[in-house]
Design a protein around this ligand. Structure first.
Ligand code: FES
Ligand code: MG
Length: 574
C-alpha cells in the first residue's frame, strides 16, 4: 500500500498504544478491521440522508456502496453514517424547519467521530444544504455527491418534470382547463423514478451551486439519478476524498471563499435558480466567516444574464442540461463572470478543470451574448415594506408587473387563503397585491407558501400572474411575481405586520423598491397598537428554533451556529 501522510484527526483515536487506543481499535473488530489496518490510513465518513421515505434520495444506499469502493481503492477506511432524511413533500410542517437540525447533527457527528474526510450524500431540497452547513462548521475535507435528478416523462405535451409541471397542472385545474380524470392519471404518472426534482428547483439549484463552489466533482451533479455514470462519480469521489483528507488547503474553509460564493451566486442567476438557495448560501457563508449579504446577490444578478433555458425560468429540464455538458458548460459560457482561480476539492483550480469553451447545445445553455433574458434573474427589493430586504425571482415572473401599484388584500394564514381566495365578494382584481404574513421563520418556520394562488375567477379570465408579497419562501420549481422572504418578518413586528387591506403597495423592480404607501404618523399609530403573539412552542426543537432563528436576510441559521471554530477536534478526547 502507498504511504500516506498521517492524518491529523483519526490518529488521535487509533495510533496510541494505550488503553484508549486499544478500546477504539478493538471496538471496530466486529466490522472486520484489525489493528494493522489503521496505520495512518485516512478514515472517511459517508454521511447519507438515505431513507425510503425520501424517494429523491432512494439511490443513495447504492451510491454509498460505490463511494466506499472508491475509498477502499484509494487506500482509506470508510464508515457510513446515516443522517436525518428530509423528504420535501412529506415532512411537516416544512422541511426547512429541519435544515438547521440536520446541520447540527452532521456537524456534531463529523466532529465527534474519528473522521479525516467526509462524502456527503443527499439530494432532496434541504438535505445537501443541511449536510454542507454542518460539514463546513466541522471543517473537515468534504465532497458532495448528490442523488441526481429523476427521469422526466417524455409526452406529446413535451417533457414533464415533477415540480413546475405540477404547479402548471394546478393552474389548469383551477382555471378549468384540466378535470378530475386528469388529476387521477397525473397522480399515477408524475413521480416515478428515484432522484430529485428535474427542474432547476431547489435541489438542482443547490447541486449546481455545489459544483460552482468547488465542493462537488465538476460535471457530477446533473447526471440523472439512475444513470450508471453517477456510480462512476461516486467511486471517483471516494478515491478523491482519501487524497484530499491528507492534503493541506482542502478543508471547507479553504474552498468556501468569498470568490467561490460569487461563483455560486453567478451560477444561480445564470440558471434562474431557486430563491431558497439565497437562504442556504447566506447561512453557509455565515458558517465559514464569509461576509455575504443580500446586496451581493443583487449586484451579481445585475451583471448576470439568464443563459440556462430550464424550468421554471425557461423551458427545458435538467436532462437536457446534462446532455449539453451540465454545469461545466454553464461555467464556461459565463466566461469572465466566473473566477477560475478558486480552489476546488479536486485539488486544482476551477479554471484548470473547466478548460476552454466547446461547441455544445446552445439552445439550453445560451452564449452570453444571446441570453434568454438579459437579467436580472433575481432582484433584492428594499423599502418601507421590507427594510432588511425581500427577494423576487425575476427570471420566472411576468415583467409587466415589475412596475406596479395596487391595493393590498391581506391574509393572515394559509387556511384563510384556502377558505376564501375564490370568493368573489373579496373583490380581488388583477391589480390587487395579495399579502400573506405571519409565515416567516419565527411566525411559521417559513413554509413554501409564497406563491399565493390566484382567485379561480381570475384564472378563468386568463390571469396567470399577480403581485404577491409575503415573509414565506416559495418552491424552487414555482414561478410568478411573488415577493418573498420579506424581512423583518411580521411575527417580530416587521412592517408587513402593519399592512391593512386596501393600503397601497408599490413594487418597482428597476429601482429595487417595495413600499407601503401609508403616512408615517398612521404607521406610528399602527406600530404602537401592534401586539406580538405569544411564542407558540415552549418545548423541544421548535422552541429552540423560535428563539434562535435569524431572519431571512441572514439565511435563517441559528444565531449560535454562526462563525467558524478553529479547533476541529472534539473536546476531552484524552
Ligand atoms: Fe425532493 Fe423536489 S421533492 S427534490
Ligand atoms: Mg421544493
Amino acid at each position: 500500500m502507498t504511504t500516506r501522510p498521517r492524518n491529523p484527526r483519526s490518529r488521535h483515536w487509533f495510533d496510541a498504544q494505550d488503553l484508549p487506543g486499544f478500546v477504539h481499535r478493538s471496538t471496530l473488530t466486529p466490522t472486520g478491521l484489525h489493528r494493522r489496518d489503521f496505520g495512518g490510513r485516512p478514515v472517511i465518513g459517508i454521511v447519507s440522508t438515505w431513507s425510503d421515505i425520501n424517494p429523491c434520495n432512494l439511490n443513495l444506499r447504492y451510491l454509498a456502496k460505490e463511494v466506499r469502493q472508491g475509498v477502499q481503492e484509494g487506500g482509506g477506511i470508510a464508515f457510513e453514517l446515516p443522517a436525518m432524511s428530509l423528504s420535501e413533500n412529506l415532512i411537516k410542517p416544512t422541511s426547512f424547519l429541519f435544515r438547521n437540525l440536520l446541520a447540527m447533527e452532521a456537524e456534531e457527528m463529523i466532529r465527534g467521530y474519528p473522521l479525516d474526510g467526509v462524502v456527503l450524500l443527499g439530494g432532496c431540497d434541504k438535505t445537501i444544504p443541511g449536510l454542507l452547513m454542518g460539514a463546513a462548521s466541522a471543517n473537515v475535507p468534504t465532497i458532495v455527491v448528490t442523488s441526481g435528478p429523476s427521469i422526466p416523462r417524455d409526452t406529446p405535451q413535451g417533457v414533464q418534470g415533477t415540480g413546475t409541471t405540477v404547479w402548471r397542472f394546478v393552474d389548469n385545474l383551477r382555471s378549468g382547463a384540466a378535470g378530475s380524470d386528469d388529476f387521477v392519471r397525473f397522480e399515477d404518472e408524475i413521480m416515478t423514478t428515484a432522484g430529485h426534482c428535474s427542474e432547476m428547483g431547489t435541489a438542482s439549484s443547490v447541486a449546481a451551486v455545489c459544483e460552482a463552489l468547488g465542493v462537488a466533482l465538476l460535471g457530477s451533479t446533473m447526471i440523472p439519478a439512475p444513470d450508471g455514470r453517477r456510480a462512476q462519480v461516486a467511486r471517483q469521489a471516494g478515491r478523491r476524498i482519501v487524497e484530499a483528507a491528507g492534503q493541506n488547503g482542502m478543508r471547507p474553509s479553504d474552498i468556501l471563499t468569498k470568490a467561490a460564493f460569487d461563483n455560486a451566486i453567478t451560477t444561480l442567476c445564470a440558471l434562474g435558480g431557486s430563491t431558497n438557495v439565497i437562504l442556504h448560501l447566506l447561512a453557509l457563508a455565515g458558517r465559514v466567516g464569509v461576509d455575504l449579504t443580500l446586496d451581493r446577490f443583487d449586484a451579481i444578478a445585475r451583471q448576470t444574464p439568464l443563459i440556462g433555458d430550464i424550468q421554471p425560468s425557461g423551458v427545458h429540464l435538467t436532462s437536457r442540461l446534462y446532455s449539453a455538458g451540465g454545469i461545466p458548460t454553464v461555467l464556461r459560457r459565463l466566461g469572465d463572470l466566473i473566477d477560475r482561480g478558486c480552489n476546488t476539492i479536486e485539488g486544482v483550480e476551477l479554471g484548470d478543470l473547466l478548460g476552454g469553451d466547446r461547441t455544445e447545445d446552445t439552445d439550453v445553455v445560451r452564449p452570453l451574448d444571446r441570453p434568454i433574458k438579459p437579467g436580472p434573474g433575481l432582484a433584492v427589493l428594499r423599502g418601507s415594506l421590507a427594510p432588511c430586504g425581500a427577494v423576487l425571482k425575476a427570471s420566472a415572473a411576468d415583467g409587466a408587473l415589475f412596475s406596479h401599484r395596487g391595493p393590498a388584500y391581506v391574509f393572515e394564514s394559509v387556511q384563510e387563503i384556502s377558505d376564501r381566495i375564490d370568493d368573489p365578494a373579496l373583490a380581488i382584481t388583477p391589480n390587487t397585491v395579495l399579502v400573506l404574513r405571519g409565515v416567516g421563520p419565527v411566525g411559521a418556520m417559513m413554509p413554501e407558501w409564497g406563491m399565493l394562488p390566484i382567485p379561480k375567477y381570475l384564472m378563468e379570465q386568463g390571469i396567470r400572474d399577480m403581485v404577491r408579497v409575503s415573509d414565506a419562501r416559495m418552491s424552487g420549481t414555482a414561478y410568478g411575481t411573488a415577493v418573498l422572504h420579506a424581512a423583518p418578518e411580521a411575527a417580530i413586528g416587521g412592517p408587513l405586520a402593519l399592512v391593512e387591506t386596501g393600503d397601497i403597495i408599490e413594487l418597482n423592480v428597476d429601482e429595487r423598491r417595495l413600499d407601503l404607501l401609508v403616512e408615517e404618523d398612521e404607521m406610528a399609530r399602527r406600530r404602537a397598537a401592534w401586539m406580538p403573539s405569544s411564542q407558540r412552542f415552549t418545548r423541544g426543537y421548535r422552541a429552540l428554533y423560535g428563539r434562535h432563528v435569524l431572519q431571512a436576510d441572514r439565511g435563517c441559521d441559528f444565531d449560535f451556529l454562526v462563525g467558524l471554530d478553529d479547533d476541529t477536534m472534539p473536546e476531552g478526547l484524552f
